[in-house]
Design a protein around this ligand. Structure first.
Ligand SMILES: *Cc1c(COP(=O)(O)O)cnc(C)c1O
Length: 472
């Protein structure tokens, strides 16, 4: 066990280690190349009965754990979506861990609740969201979307499913595009709707939902005796950051009185720049909105913002406070345990506060804009190159492309690009992932690290060219 003195000594050493890691991480192989089971074989099959020295523990971390890590913090990480953090955010996490505050209700740490209240307002302003909305910080977008489904369900049934279960209720239908994030599938199951009642709407050539197809589906469901309930509009899909036409989808939701949920988990970060607000045009029609600062707003995982138009419906859905336990304060403070599923909640507003203040909105906008500009630069290289092609429009900082020398079949192209990506990743200099768009194996490049430079982007493109040349 560490005492105060040894805690201090180890903590200082750790800070040195952290600083050195952040300085050196871009030279590490981005992707860990261990085999399945390799790390587990290094860890004893049972726990220690006696205390072990911290130094020994830390040595094991360095020797046994580090080799099995993928370096998400490397600026050469261009895979998935970033889980980008920043130095201010890391420091805030250290404080959060030290304080161990539980912010489940106002009284358990008034500052945790009140800072969160303010941060939700700051973010509303920063993202250009309707001022009348309310919200709280949650762990993930998946859970925000689950909250939206549950609240929509309860509001539509006058809270009857919470009370009596699904007996004698209509069969509800949920809609999203074919490109929507898989969390909607999971959530539809969890919320009790049944996966067969999730209707996936066809997308256009830019992979955005086709509103006419949505309306057709709603109409034919009504004719068949179903009850349309909920539409999820993607503001940046995971596959290609496609943007569903919010304004049109919103009009359809109003016409049929459906709950409109906006999934801006990733691309929401770009809304801090007014020029990107074409993506959120019509946002005032939404009933709920989710965005993850833990992806592209330099805030450590986890930090997901969930906003609703009808705060009372949200609280009615989740509140379990019996009338006799309500206090005077409840009318004037937020008790966030009633705003989502779990009771315990981390003090997440602190890191977001640190991030926004240490960068300032202006710098945040500059960085996000640069990432988008560099994505366009990369797109231009691809457009100008005979052997490469773009496979989706660039809306923010994700570039979907593939090698295509126009000499081989689609099938051969798929396996070529798969092999190309494998070779690039195994070499360890950069890391990218893939998706399939229209059956085409698609390489995804996404640059969202706060300290990314144009040089990193140029190097990445050169690496792609070199590997393609070698493989061709
Ligand atoms: C990442 C992502 C999610 C899920 O986010 P979590 O916070 O990991 O649950 C949902 N929707 C979109 C569009 C995403 O990109």
């Amino acid at each position: 066990m560490l005492n105060n003195q040894s805690f201090k000594e180890e903590a200082l050493k750790l800070v040195n280690w952290m600083t050195q890691y952040l300085e050196e991480v871009e030279h590490y192989p981005v992707l860990s190349n261990v085999k399945p089971g390799e790390i587990a074989s290094e860890i004893p099959d049972t726990y220690p009965e006696e205390a072990e020295k911290f130094q020994k523990l830390f040595l094991d971390f360095e020797e046994k754990i580090m080799p099995g890590l993928t370096h998400w913090e490397s600026p050469n990480f261009f895979a998935y979506f970033p889980a980008s953090k920043s130095k201010a955010s890391i420091l805030a996490e250290m404080l959060t861990a030290t304080l161990g505050v539980q912010g489940m209700v106002w009284a358990t740490s008034p500052a945790a609740t009140e800072l969160e209240d303010k941060l939700m307002i700051w973010m509303q302003q920063l993202l250009g969201l309707p001022q009348a909305w309310s919200g709280s910080i949650q762990d993930t977008a998946s859970n925000g979307t689950l909250n939206a489904l549950l609240t929509a369900r309860e509001k539509a049934t006058n809270y009857q499913i919470n009370q009596n279960g699904f007996r004698e209720q209509p069969v509800f239908r949920i809609y999203c595009s074919e490109q929507a994030h898989s969390s909607i599938d999971k959530n539809v199951k969890i919320a009790g709707f049944g996966i067969n009642n999730l209707v996936k709407i066809e997308v256009d050539e830019s992979f955005a939902l086709i509103p006419e197809k949505l309306e057709e589906a709603i109409k034919s469901d009504i004719e068949a005796g179903y009850q349309p309930l909920f539409v999820m509009n993607a503001l940046g899909t995971t596959g290609s950051t496609a943007v569903d036409p919010l304004e049109k989808v919103g009009a359809i939701c109003q016409k049929y009185n459906l709950w409109l949920h906006v999934d801006a988990a990733y691309s929401g970060a770009a809304l801090i720049i007014p020029e990107f607000r074409w993506m959120s045009k019509g946002i005032e029609k939404a009933d709920s909105f989710v965005f993850n600062p833990h992806k592209w707003l330099f805030t450590n995982f986890d930090c997901s913002l969930y906003y609703v138009k009808d705060k009372q419906a949200l609280i009615n859905t989740f509140s379990i406070t019996p009338e006799y336990l309500k206090t005077e304060n409840d009318d004037i403070v937020n008790n966030y345990r009633d705003w989502h599923i779990q009771l315990g909640r981390r003090f997440r507003s602190l890191k977001l506060w640190f991030v926004i203040r240490s960068f300032g909105a202006k710098k945040l906008r500059t960085i996000i804009q640069q990432h988008c500009d560099w994505a366009l630069w990369l797109k231009q290289q691809i457009d100008e190159h005979n052997d490469f092609e773009m496979l989706a429009p660039v809306s923010v900082n994700l570039v979907c492309f593939r090698f295509n020398n126009r000499k081989i079949s689609e099938e051969a192209l798929n396996s070529f690009n798969e092999k190309l990506l494998k070779n690039i990743n195994e070499a360890g200099k950069i890391y990218m992932t893939h998706t399939k768009l229209n059956g085409k194996y698609t390489i995804r490049w996404v640059g969202g690290h706060p300290e990314l430079t144009k040089t990193h982007v140029e190097k990445a493109w050169q690496i792609v060219l070199d590997h393609a040349c070698k493989l061709n």
